[in-house]
Design a binder for this molecule. Sequence first.
Ligand SMILES: [Zn+2]
Length: 333
Amino acid sequence: MLLHIRTTVLWQPASPSHIIANTPVHLYVQSSSITQVTELLNTHSFSFSVLLENTQDLIQEQTRNITTDPRSSGKTYERYHSLEDIYYLLNNTNHEHPDMTKLILIGSSFEKNPLYLLKLSGRRGPVDKAMWIDCGIHAREWISPAFCLWFIKYALTFYKESPEITTMLDKMDIYILPVLNPDGYKYTWTTYPESEPEVQAVTKFLRAHKNSIKLYFSMHSYSQMLLFPYSYTHEQIPNHSELYHLVQEASIKIRRHYKNLYSYGSGAKTIYLAPGGSDDWAYDQGILYSFTFELQDRGRYGFLLPPNLISSACNEALAGVKTIVMRVLEKLQ
Ligand SMILES: [Zn+2]
């Protein structure tokens, strides 16, 4: 794994054009530029504080497990994995659960890394409904692919045990794309845009299945937000209040069970006006229950979320997904 770290990187908001007055900005500053950056901030009377010092230890902690054999021990899902290990885990899962999973190659990236989609289904005949979850659109958001793997493991473990998971898998097929941007994931920490072939493969698949796919989730980090369209315009979608109540209920559930605060609302109102949200695109394709989740944390670790927080980050996001899906299934009855 290459760790290219440019001297100063904007972590939040996602782009300099979204910096607005009286709103915090998160910067990743390399130690060699700390003096320079601090002087600059002082010169312009910006108040600031250090959220996290000595990130080197955290980066080592995040990448330590990457070289170890994913088969070697427990807690596989409480680690971050290399792209190769993720492919290994997906293949392995597919072999272990032939009755419930199907690994589908939907295309390949610009650098010819395969785009694997895992289809999860209950042990039953064909159904006419499906949902979609994608992870790893943005390379440095490592908790996102970790969530997709967590979801797969959880669903397979608790099918026929958890009523919610059983209902989900009995009523719907679930398509999970754990790494949408494999090239970027491989070279994390560079700003590697998602390239055309990945986006084309995903849009082609979603268009081909848009009559069955009723729910769309895109997992990101960080900032703890449950969002829905639109992000590109302040215009409200026709079912705005319906989706608002869904994310509100999910946020309340997370706060009650995990004591963690998730803000919620339409993207444009909750974060800022920004083009290119995949939930906007999915919604405009006719998937009326489209969401973007921004997972942990709220800036203490930012993109460097330590592995020991993977389980809480994934469990609370899963609670949010389950809450929304159960409600939507009731509506679609
Ligand atoms: Zn993102």
